[in-house]
Design a protein around this ligand. Sequence first.
Ligand code: PGA
Length: 257
Amino acid sequence: MKKNYIIANWKMNLDMMSLKIFFNHFKFDEIDTNKKKIIFSPSFVFIQKTIELIGSNDAQVAGQNLFWEPKGAFTGEISAKQLTDMGCEYVIVGHSERREIFKETDEMINIKIKVALQHKLKPILCLGENYEEKEQGLTKKIIERKLSICLNEIPAGEMRHVIIAYEPVWAICTNIHNTGQSDTPESAQVVHKFIRKNIAGLYNLVVAEKIPVIYGGSVNPDNVNGFSKMDDINGVLVGGASKEASSFQKLISNYFI
Ligand code: PGA
């Protein structure tokens, strides 16, 4: 069985105190790390502290974003090397909040993925349709377009380092169109299968079979098990339900029962 990814996207949440409280309560020894890979994505300023609090436990850290230039006058940005220097193994790229609020395009995301890979940072590429696109039945078209632009000129050999996160924007719990509902595991499975088919078209069947495709959008301890049972879902990207240790711990243990 493939290892499944359970990723906490803390966004701009948690401060020094709540971070310490989280790790005081989080029990690494309850996690079957043969089956589950745990990744925490804190704000940049808490990457080092998070790594320190993980200590010798089996978990990794992801940056929430990166800029493609190696260095220079880019106030407020962070480079791939700065992330790896801190100890990050992964980086989230193209989250819908980056796309919507900070106007990131698929072309920009493509450059970020290339730069991440050059620095041996594994990109977690987020993509998904928004509410209007879903209503117009454009989900597959949008996914197809985003995949082809975001992965443009990324060689097949590099794809073993890439994770794809399908995040329907309307299902993210803070989105204005969200009513507290995630996508259903069954309809997410349809899109995940479609993503895999697309990857097979862009690359080949081996790449498509191996690439982890994870789901994000209002995943919580109560609904996570349904997602974990789907053939083409290889993990989850979790926002709101990852902020407190008890909720994230429960979510992890409810994944695959
Ligand atoms: P959510 O966020 O779990 O709070 O819906 C997921 C995400 O934005 O990655």
